[in-house]
Design a protein around this ligand. Structure first.
Ligand code: NAP
Length: 513
């Protein structure tokens, strides 16, 4: 059985606990099974837009057994640094499905976002954000048929949250990209394209600059694309992607990208179709799915009955398709789109000709429009989504040969020149199989050589390599050089340089031969 989908929120048949082909979607209209879900009202405008969405789902006939839980600001304030209490975790584990309002991290409480914690806790590795032109909404792109979906990797990249101050004035933020994570998200993007009858998947990366991390994402996408010959696989640099999205967004179908790129691009694509008030999303993993609006808690309008609940309503449409209630999902989607197309009852963020109405009155209007159909926008026929099933250790990431060929050490030194640092560092390699290859400052080579046009900072990255390439480096040899460096400098970071199957697992420094 196929589900249908007008807005592009196509999503069906991924049930909690399933990792392979999902069953044909059920529907509350024909199967009176009540589905347990976890509901988190959230912070700021969260409770208002959630109340509106729950009312609408109830009126539309959704069969839900709701477990209400908390997360976010009030949990942080109670002293729980995760922002996600055990009861909430247990509920989501039980239901496998959550509908959540926006969560904020109050300043001064906790360090991590409860949103990111939830995504990581439940391994929801794919963030799916559709952006489709909405009938009746006046935007610079109206009439051009924008209908695209961003599939954003949701767990890795700079969101790994690994940051270290090297000195009080220098920070390193680690961008973590894995082959495993890249393969999963690429497969999810192609499966999503297949399930929703889309023609192309575009991989957006910054592989020209981050050749290893973003480069691996790009290469993995190409490997995966071979398994989906009927779908056009395209590559684009993410900066050009942003440009093309503004110039000609209708050329895109599905865009798959890394976490940070996806965060930025998907806010941009929300803007193309009317703004954050209309952007739904799903966080999808093999076991759990969480549905939420893209927008945050908008504290400036919280509690004033001003918020536009459409984004959460459309997120509930994605959820209802996911839990096998597509007829209810269609009814809600139609009622929201009909109300917007009609244009009489609109919230302040979009009302132009008419006086704006509040969240409650808008919701009343949507509810009264249940059963009506918008005149534009064709439904998309969708099949159940097949969740990728991938071994944790796929063969292609195991190197046949590997060797430690050097190390890099980050040193702190504010007084010396590059040449002075170089000489002092070289003194530590006497009698060692390691030799100093170069020193860089913010990625640019500053030693050896007469380099005086680079703005230098108080950290110096020293690259050591094997003096004799036939010699295998040992940890002990590395420790000895490190220990010597520690007598003269503060060092804060050490990185082994490795070669895998003859290919360097590190990049060249700018200015290096
Ligand atoms: P935001 O909450 O999305 O709000 C930005 C602005 O967009 C609002 O001030 C409001 O603008 C408008 N807006 C957003 N949603 C709207 C809606 N439903 N109806 C009408 N207008 C809406 O972004 P933020 O101010 O950057 O973030 C506020 C808090 O939310 C932060 O603590 C952030 O960490 C958190 N956040 C949470 C999530 C999440 O839970 N997934 C996502 C993003 C941010 P005007 O009224 O000024 O026009």
């Amino acid at each position: 059985m196929f589900a249908t989908d007008r807005f592009g929120t196509a999503f069906s048949g991924i049930f909690a606990g399933m990792t392979h082909t999902a069953p044909a979607p059920r529907d509350a209209a024909t199967t009176p099974t009540t589905v347990p879900i976890t509901v988190i009202r959230g912070d700021g405008i969260g409770p208002e837009v959630m109340e509106a969405t729950l009312r609408l789902m109830r009126e539309a006939g959704a069969k839900l057994d709701i477990e209400e839980c908390i997360a976010g600001a009030e949990v942080f304030r109670s002293g729980d640094e995760t922002g996600v209490p055990d009861d909430t975790k247990a509920s989501i584990e039980r239901t496998g499905v959550a509908l959540k309002g926006p969560l904020e991290t109050p300043i001064g409480f906790g360090e991590k976002s409860a949103n990111v914690t939830l995504r990581k806790m439940f391994e929801t590795y794919g963030n799916i954000r559709p952006a489709r032109e909405i009938p009746g909404l006046e935007t610079p792109y109206a009439g051009r048929g924008v209908d695209l979906v961003i599939v954003r990797e949701n767990l890795e990249d700079l969101y790994a949250g690994i940051e270290h101050m090297q000195t009080p004035g220098v920070c390193l933020s680690l961008k973590v990209i894995t082959h495993h994570g890249s393969e999963k998200i690429a497969r999810l993007a192609f499966e999503y394209a297949r399930a929703t009858g889309r023609k192309s998947v575009t991989c957006a990366t910054k592989a020209n600059i981050m050749k290893l991390g973003e480069g691996m994402f790009k290469r993995t996408f190409d490997e995966v694309a071979v398994d989906y010959p009927e779908i056009e696989a395209r590559q684009i640099l993410v900066d050009n992607c942003a440009h093309q999205l503004v110039i000609r967004p209708e050329q895109f179908d599905v865009i798959v990208t890394t976490n940070m790129n996806g965060d930025i691009l998907s806010d941009l694509t929300s803007g193309l179709v009317g703004g954050l008030g209309f952007a739904p999303s799903a966080n999808i993993g093999s076991e759990t799915a969480m549905f939420e609006a893209v927008h945050g808690s908008a504290p400036d309008i919280a509690g004033k009955d001003l918020a536009n609940p459409s984004a959460l309503m459309l997120s509930s449409v994605m959820m209802l398709r996911h839990i096998g209630q597509p007829v209810v999902a269609d009814a809600i989607e139609d009622a929201v789109l009909y109300t917007l197309e009609e244009g009489t009852f609109l919230t302040g963020d979009i009302a132009k000709e008419h006086d704006p109405v509040g969240t409650t009155a808008y919701t009343d209007a949507v509810i009264s429009n249940l059963g009506k159909q918008p005149t534009v926008g064709e439904r998309r026929v969708t099949r159940p989504l097949i969740m990728p099933a991938i071994d944790w250790r796929p063969k292609q990431v195991v190197a046949k040969t590997r060797a430690v060929v050097g190390m890099e050490v980050l040193l702190e030194e504010a007084e010396m020149t590059a040449a002075q640092v170089g000489k002092a560092v070289e003194a530590c390699t006497e009698g060692s199989p390691l030799r100093l290859a170069l020193i860089s400052s913010r990625g640019t080579k500053v030693y050896p050589g007469e380099i005086d046009d680079v703005e230098m900072i108080e950290t110096w990255r020293c690259r050591f390599v094997r003096a004799d390439e036939s010699v295998e480096l040992t940890d002990d040899q590395i420790f000895r050089v490190l220990s010597c460096l520690g007598e003269t400098f503060r060092w804060s970071n050490v990185q082994k340089l490795q070669v895998f199957d003859g290919k360097p697992g590190y990049t060249k420094v700018s200015g290096e031969d």
